[in-house]
Design a protein around this ligand. Structure first.
Ligand SMILES: Cc1cc2nc3c(=O)[nH]c(=O)nc-3n(C[C@H](O)[C@H](O)[C@H](O)COP(=O)(O)O)c2cc1C
Length: 217
């Protein structure tokens, strides 16, 4: 195979950054008592369709870790692009030190299926039941949540998609200067929405129109 030189790329020290533009989450938890808390999480991924699950890495040292294990439920809220201060705050301050609900003044909203509140200011909230805890190194575990109910802000979606004028936060992460000094956290806004070419993709159609090859499992 004729492999080209990687002239178009440069090696960078930014880990998974090509996948960096994402909606962050606020993971809401409630302990065995009434203590309610939330943290900012970026290490998560939706998995599968039926059942729809979420895998989120939670640091063992957080209050969230303890509270989710106590109740076996959690909520993940998607912030709007007006909520950057909340996202930064909840990612640095622990509920062990500060009552984050009180400090942010966020609105606790009644859930449909679980007993953990939704965040009223969010663009969407998903309720989960904790179905699995997967060990993932010394510092964190992967929490697997099964979707119990999904709440989208009225008027922000068309079918199952965000509308073009919706305002989910598209978080990009921390920017570092030449000297490695952090220059702040950055985010962007939703742009133009375009339909993906399935029916009229010449490449896909060419292969779909071929007779199917039977494969052994
Ligand atoms: C942008 C960002 C993303 C983060 N992602 C995660 C994450 O996915 N999982 C996690 O456990 N902590 C994550 N953290 C750290 C927690 O939000 C932080 O430790 C928080 O203060 C813990 O709060 P708690 O003790 O009230 O639960 C992240 C922090 C920031 C700033």
């Amino acid at each position: 195979m004729d492999w080209k030189d990687p002239d178009m790329f440069e090696l960078v020290n930014h880990g998974n950054k090509p996948f960096g533009v994402r909606v962050p989450s606020l993971v809401v938890s409630r302990g065995a008592g009434d203590a309610i808390n939330f943290l900012t999480a970026m290490w998560f991924s939706p998995m599968g369709a039926e059942p729809s699950r979420m895998v989120v890495a939670i640091l063992k040292r957080t209050l969230t870790y303890k509270l989710i294990l106590e109740r076996g439920e959690f909520v993940m809220s998607a912030p709007t692009d007006k909520m950057m201060d909340v996202v930064v705050f909840a990612g640095y301050i622990s509920g062990r030190d500060v009552d984050k609900w009180q400090a942010t003044g966020l609105t606790a909203v009644a859930p449909a299926k679980c007993t953990v509140p939704l965040i009223g200011e969010a663009i969407g909230n998903v309720e989960y039941r904790l179905v699995q805890v997967i060990p993932f190194g010394d510092e964190m575990d992967l929490f697997v949540g099964e979707v119990l109910a999904t709440h989208m802000r009225k008027g922000c979606t068309e079918g199952e998609l965000f509308r073009q004028d919706a305002d989910p936060m598209l978080y990009m992460g921390t920017k570092y200067g030449e000297d490695g000094k952090a220059l702040g956290k950055f985010y962007t806004h939703m742009g133009k929405i375009e339909r993906a070419p399935y029916d009229d993709s010449p490449l896909l159609q060419k292969y779909l129109s071929r007779p199917k090859i039977k494969r052994k499992a």
